[in-house]
Design a protein around this ligand. Sequence first.
Ligand code: C2O
Ligand code: CU
Length: 492
Amino acid sequence: MHALTRRHVLLGGLGVATTAALTACASGEGASSTSTRAFGSPSPVSPAAGQKVVEKSLTARPVTLDLGGRTVSTWAYGDAAPGPLVRATAGDLLRVTLDNQLPTDTSIHWHGIRLRNAADGVPGQTQDPIAAGSRYVYEFTAPDPGTYFFHPHVGVQLDRGLYAPMVIDDPDEPGRYDAEWILVLDDWIDGTGTSPDEVLKKLVADGGPANGPMGGMDHGSMGHMGADPWGDAGDVTYPLFLINGRPPTDPEVLRAKPGQRVRLRIISAASDTIFTVALGGHRMSVTHTDGWPVEATDVDALYIGMGERYDAIVTLKDGVFPLVARPFGKTSGGQAMALVRTGSGAAPGAGTSPDELTGQVLIGSELQPAALAKLPPREPDAEAQLTLNGSMKPYRWGINGAPFGENEPLTVKAGQRLRINATNMTMMTHPLHLHGHTFALPSGLRKDTVLMAPMQSFAIDLDADNAGDWMIHCHNIYHAEVGMMIALNYVS
Ligand code: C2O
Ligand code: CU
């Protein structure tokens, strides 16, 4: 039995005990932070001959941020959210020291990086939690170029200010652009009279007592069903949506010259919000998703789920343009916005609504992989079933009929091609995320996070080339925290 004992105990009793247990778990420690499985200090890694070492220090700590005149207390890496960019070239050895000045345990997960298991940042599965007041050194090689980010893998800490972008450069990058802008999207609630831990507690309490087996066909609120692709897209009512830590009333201004080609690296660090992203007056040529190249596709806008990344090239016109991230299916809290300025003109207001938002909007899983990025076809050696279950009332989310800790880990043998038949048997959309690997959709498109609409199924294939115990989970952090996770363990 996997030693994620506290989680097991917490979610072990379905029935009314679950609410109390989740309340305890929402106290800030996170269910994954206490485990009987001990890992000790990480063993140091030396660079291979000729390997460059990129060193970085991060401090996780309580901070006060000014969000357009609204002061919030939160936790961040350094003194801002997003935290500092971590950047290296594919093949480099990263050595990142985290100084935990938070009042509680934490960890860092390097989202999307195909790294060694010991550096994956999952307390209870790959390391001990990093206790308050202590330091931890992450050492790993980042093998694949692309756009990534990092965040804690403890409780719902991701929904505070604890997130930052990460870019792995391609040594062979043709560089056919003049500038690069990193855009980190977020849904914000921390310090606005509540905290993510309280939000979770309330979701569980409002969902009422859990009873009966986890079937997962609760229709909950189906208010958005219809022509839209995502059905019920979120549970939490956020007061603010941010791009690069700024609200639309005090937006970041991105400057360039008309005619310049800019590479956008769009990262969603949101916890419970799918965004539609558009640059007013422009079409975008989408070139990568989750780091992997795709056949360049021109669109007016794109959907981005929690944990997904998209790179796109835009050729800038002359003037001032809103870059908008509109929360899907949410009617309060406004939207996120940055401004692109290449010339003179008045700035659009915080509520501006570019036509592109209702134009041709990309669903990322429909992209076609670039020839070189395509997972080569191969018959699977093994198959596994992964069914997303759950409901809003009671607020219970799980995989394969049970919350994490009660569901049986998926297993794979090194060298196998594994096909995971993933099905979403709920009336919500979930971004399904796999650690330590990328998977391929039937088209060969490589992803590590994919939006699964209500009742949607995907056969996702992966090559078992990175031994260890890994996580697969919904990247709605509230869903993950109440149990919408499962382990993928290598066995011999
Ligand atoms: Cu960003 Cu386990 O994930
Ligand atoms: Cu989910």
